[in-house]
Design a protein around this ligand. Sequence first.
Ligand SMILES: [Zn+2]
Ligand SMILES: [Zn+2]
Length: 115
Amino acid sequence: MVGVSMKCGDCGTLLKSVEEAQGHAELTSRSNFSDSTKVVLNLVCSACGKPCRSKTETDLHTKRTGRTEFVDKTEEATKPINLEAPKVPMDVDEPTSSSGQPEGITPFMGEIKSY
Ligand SMILES: [Zn+2]
Ligand SMILES: [Zn+2]
C-alpha cells in the first residue's frame, strides 16, 4: 500500500504532503511522522474556497458562515507520499587506477640520449 498522507506521532495531525509535514515539524520542533494510508480530506467551500481537511472543519465553517456547500476535491489533492528524499545522484567511487595511461602505451620515461 502506498501512503497518501503522513501522521504526526505527537498530535495525530494528518499532513498531506512531505512539505506540510516539514512545516509542521518546524512549528512543533518535532518530527515524528509515520506514513498513513488515511486520506486527508480536501473539502473546499464553494462560497469562499476555504479548504477544510476534516468534517469537523467543515462543520465549524458551516457554523461560522452558514455555508453548507463543499466541493470534495479530496481525490485531486491526494498524492502518494514519497518519504524518500529526492536522491542526489552520488558519484560512484571509481577506481582511480584505471584513469591512468591507456594500456599498451608506455610513456617514455627514460633519458633521451643524444648522440
Ligand atoms: Zn504534531
Ligand atoms: Zn466558506
